[in-house]
Design a protein around this ligand. Structure first.
Ligand code: ZN
Length: 192
């Protein structure tokens, strides 16, 4: 068995052994949702003080307001009653290290894991790669604050998002564990 597979199964056996939250309701008890990055250094349950059943946490690369993130947010309010949303990007995000063109080129070359050095991303894998990457909008990040503002604004202006849900914009600092508000984003995300 893979070492990771074994570790996960053992960790879950211990978790389930002490589990006492089997009676939680499906709708988030604290009625809010967080959209954030998949980065392994971010633990929203801990940095935002969540327990099981408290809130929705939607994650993708960058914490971007993609169509699929919006799909989840709409379900979150429309069927499960959340009333406030947080968009939380973070410092040192991997999405700042490449562009659409970069990843498309790497994928065209091979499907192996690329390496990052002082000259940027490099693909040393054996081909063939695929051109399928050309058809994906990778939603990379050029300027972190701008990206938070853009995502809050996209959610705010989306026709399926009601005006009375406030959308707050934040950047989580991976070096201090602190959440820093992006006031321009929160301003744009104000409820009406
Ligand atoms: Zn990230």
């Amino acid at each position: 068995m893979s070492k990771i597979l074994e570790e996960i199964i053992n960790a879950n056996t211990a978790y389930a052994g002490a589990f006492d939250k089997g009676e939680l309701a499906m709708p988030p008890a604290r009625r809010f949702a967080i959209l954030t990055c998949m980065d392994a250094r971010l633990d929203p349950a801990r940095f935002a003080g969540l327990a099981e059943g408290d809130a929705h946490v939607i994650r993708n690369a960058g914490g971007r307001a993609s169509d699929d993130a919006i799909r989840s947010l709409v379900i979150s309010y429309k069927l499960l009653g959340t009333r406030e949303w947080f968009v939380i990007h973070h410092t040192n995000c991997g999405m700042e290290t490449f562009s659409d063109e970069t990843i498309r080129k790497l994928l065209r070359h091979s499907l192996a894991t690329a390496t990052l050095d002082k000259d940027g991303w490099r693909d040393t894998g054996k081909g063939p790669g695929s051109v399928e990457g050309d058809y994906i909008d990778w939603l990379t990040i050029q300027e972190p604050r701008e990206a938070v503002i853009e995502d809050v604004q996209r959610i705010r202006l989306h026709p399926l998002v009601p005006r009375d849900i406030p959308v707050y914009g934040f950047i989580y600092d991976v070096s201090s564990g602190r959440l820093m508000e992006v006031p321009e984003a929160t301003e744009l995300g104000k409820a009406a």
